[in-house]
Ligand binder design. Structure first.
Ligand SMILES: Cc1cc2nc3c(=O)[nH]c(=O)nc-3n(C[C@H](O)[C@H](O)[C@H](O)COP(=O)(O)O)c2cc1C
Length: 242
């Protein structure tokens, strides 16, 4: 197994950072590697907002479901699915007139922007980890539509899809167990999912806690943050769909 594979297989999210600064050179490497990721049509339908101001990190710690460790990060990178710049380009080149069916970015532009942004984000995470820097994705950035739009001055046709907080750290947690490959990787086509398949897939989790399903649903899907995420994502998608 080469060093790169070892690095990927030892991934863990880091939520406790120390005071050691990430250097500007390290940030440059992280950003350049992020931007070299594959991107649909080489369009780079995303933007990256680099956040280092402590006050902004503190605001995010609150607005992203009160996760206080966000305020302790040294840098946060916000990956924004972004159809706005290409839309402006098309406008400036009168594409509306040349192609009468162009009505602005549509749902497939949205999806491609999200994919591009996530590929760039994961490249940033891997590069940071290769430099010994800890990272954690923050999904709650997709909540509080109005607040985050204003905080980052986001135009229409742009949506923050991933916030990655970064910092140096003293202790690396144990890697977290994943589902077995047999429940995730299928040969050639999707199998028939039997009741037994589902029982087996969740057996390790339920052997530790027989009420795993109810507790997990209550903690995630039934929580106020999740309902807020649904509300906000619908508002973002509406921009592309109009
Ligand atoms: C899209 C996405 C959103 C996430 N959001 C959060 C979050 O808001 N807060 C957090 O502490 N971890 C968050 N995580 C990290 C996951 O909790 C973590 O990856 C998962 O529990 C597996 O642990 P590991 O990364 O240490 O292997 C997120 C991860 C992803 C991919």
């Amino acid at each position: 197994m080469n060093e790169f594979i070892k690095l990927l297989k030892s991934h863990t999210s880091i939520r406790k950072f120390n005071d050691e600064k990430i250097t500007d050179e390290q940030i440059q490497h992280i950003l350049e590697a992020a931007m070299q990721g594959a991107t649909a049509g080489n369009m780079m339908a995303y933007s990256i907002i680099k956040i280092r101001v402590k006050q902004t990190l503190s605001k995010l710690a609150k607005s992203c479901d009160d996760q206080s460790f966000i305020a302790d990060a040294d840098v946060a990178l916000l990956f924004v699915a972004d159809s706005y710049k290409w839309h402006r380009f098309y406008e400036q080149r009168n594409i509306f007139e040349t192609f009468s069916d162009y009505k602005g970015p549509c749902i497939s532009d949205f999806m491609l922007g999200v994919e591009d942004a996530m590929i760039a984000a994961q490249n940033a995470v891997i590069t940071a980890e290769s430099l010994g820097i800890g990272t954690c994705y923050i999904g709650d950035i997709m909540e509080n539509y109005e607040y985050h739009k204003e905080l980052f001055n986001l135009p229409k046709y742009s949506m923050p899809v991933a916030l990655v907080v970064m910092g140096n750290y003293d202790t690396k947690p144990q890697t977290r167990e994943r589902f077995d490959k047999s429940y995730v990787v299928f040969d050639e086509s999707y199998p028939i999912i039997t009741e037994e398949f589902i029982d087996n897939m969740f057996s390790r989790k339920e052997s530790k806690d027989k009420d795993f399903a109810v507790k997990f649903y209550k903690r995630k899907m039934d929580a106020p943050f999740f309902k807020e995420m649904i509300r906000s994502i619908k508002l973002y998608i509406k921009e592309w769909n109009e």
